[in-house]
Ligand binder design. Structure first.
Ligand code: GLY
Ligand code: MN
Ligand code: MN
Length: 439
């Protein structure tokens, strides 16, 4: 992404916070075990505002000069030989176009100067004890000076809601990346359908999906893949992915890859042997109806909760029709009886983070959908394997269908339509039994 894009984003943030200094701490690397780190995902806020993708970064933005200052890891020949290249302070000014930069070790020396003359700090206090300690120590230092000058930071405001609203509305450039992530993610799911057969393992299904992501150029997964066969599909965040796929199982795959930092988030559920059992198909049809009805409501001005509420109505109607619930729809919703089979929400924002920033409510008021926002629509039904209140044929079936939907001024745009969800089309793909690569 071009450095002007980042400068424009900083300008918009400064416009929204004209009277203060914005402070962002980049995500730290975390240890996996020993001296090996977990894969690093650049901090989304810092990346969005600067393009800086290295750990141990602090970003300070003032509405007046120097407008954007980065504190970064210094160049270090030995460390770079072990753990990779660093831009260093000169590099971030030269390559990323920020106005000033210092080694991260100079933070306590330089930070108070950036707070001078400002009454407000926009910062997400309470997220990280170390960050809080650093910022509050700086405020104390600046106060000592400021009492002579008459101005020091007296207000700490959370920057997250402001930047969240900016990040929520995707630009054409961002949408190109999201479409790319969606298309490749769809291709990975399609490959899983085309190669599935009983006797494979969940691990192998995961490998097929992630293989496609990688060979198509995705830099990383948007989140750990979920591949659950049979009763494992009823565990919402099942990530062990290590059991065999049996004849007659449904396989639920929830996986998404990133492009340029933006992730897709798709779930498909499909029959391992290429044929739906009547019970599987009946539940699938209910979930698909709920999903389509929910997507049709993804329009500007509609409350964020409306697609969820419509999905709940559709699922509850279906559960009554199939005999899994008995009673009157609205009463079953009001009492929460449907939650035995549908225990999660239907949507979340999507972008640089799989559960992206942006508010879901506006104080006590409903938060409306806006054009340019992308949200998932992901209803499901999950019947516990030991639910002896329902007919045995339903037990152990888990189904979720998830697409990524762009809100536009016209029809909702489904970014993830590259992988089928029509049950006959899905079964036809699963019946292909294409060979796994043999090498
Ligand atoms: N894959 C995480 C989610 O669907 O929310
Ligand atoms: Mn999701
Ligand atoms: Mn998902």
């Amino acid at each position: 992404m071009n450095r002007d894009v980042f400068a424009e984003r900083r300008r918009r943030l400064s416009e929204a916070c004209p009277d203060g200094v914005c402070v962002f701490f980049g995500t730290r690397e975390t240890l996996r075990n020993g001296d090996v780190h977990n894969p690093y995902k650049p901090d989304s806020d810092v990346w969005y505002l600067t393009g800086m993708a290295e750990p141990d970064t602090v970003l300070v933005i003032r509405p007046d000069g120097p407008k954007a200052t980065l504190f970064v890891r210094p160049r270090d020949k030995v460390r770079e030989t072990w753990t990779g290249r660093r831009l260093g302070p000169e590099g971030v000014v030269r390559e990323l176009g920020v106005d000033a930069a210092y080694p991260i070790g100079d933070l306590s020396k330089e930070f108070p100067k950036l707070l001078e003359g400002r009454r407000k700090i926009y910062f997400s206090a309470g997220r990280d004890a170390d960050w809080d300690r650093i910022v509050f120590a700086q405020i104390a230092a600046t106060r000592a000076q400021g009492r002579r000058l008459g101005v020091w930071p007296t207000d700490v405001c959370d920057v997250a809601p402001t930047l969240g609203e900016i990040r929520l509305r995707k630009s054409a450039l961002e949408l190109d990346l999201m479409r790319k992530a969606a298309a490749v993610t769809a291709e990975g799911h399609l490959a899983a359908m085309r190669t599935i057969r009983p006797g494979m393992s969940e691990t192998q299904v995961q490998a097929v999906v992630e293989y496609v992501f990688r060979v198509r150029g995705s830099e990383r997964l948007g989140y750990p893949s979920i591949v659950g066969a049979g009763r494992n599909a009823t565990i919402l965040h099942y990530v062990e992915n290590n059991q065999p796929v049996a004849d007659g199982d449904l396989v639920l795959v929830d996986a998404g890859c990133e492009f340029g930092g933006y992730t897709a988030d798709i779930t498909r559920t499909f029959p391992a042997n290429g044929t739906w059992s009547p019970a599987q198909r009946a539940l699938y049809d209910v979930v698909l109806d709920a999903q389509r009805r929910a997507i049709s409501l993804c329009r500007p001005g509609v409350p964020f909760t409306a697609p969820h509420e419509e999905a709940v109505r559709a699922l509850t109607e279906g559960l009554i029709r199939l005999g899994l619930l008995s009673g009157e729809r609205d009463a079953l919703i009001a009492s929460g009886a449907y939650q035995r089979f549908y225990m999660h929400r239907t949507s979340h924002w999507l972008g640089l983070d799989v559960h992206d920033v942006g508010a879901y409510v506006d104080g006590d008021a409903q938060r409306p959908l806006v054009a340019g926002a992308v949200l998932t629509v992901e209803p499901g039904l999950y019947v516990s394997e030991d639910d002896d209140t329902v007919d045995p044929r339903w037990r152990g079936i888990g189904i979720r269908i998830e697409d990524d939907v762009l809100v536009t001024d016209g029809e909702p745009e489904i970014l993830t339509s590259g992988v089928p969800k029509d049950p006959d089309a899905v079964a036809a793909e699963c019946a292909k039994r294409l060979p796994l690569p043999a090498w």
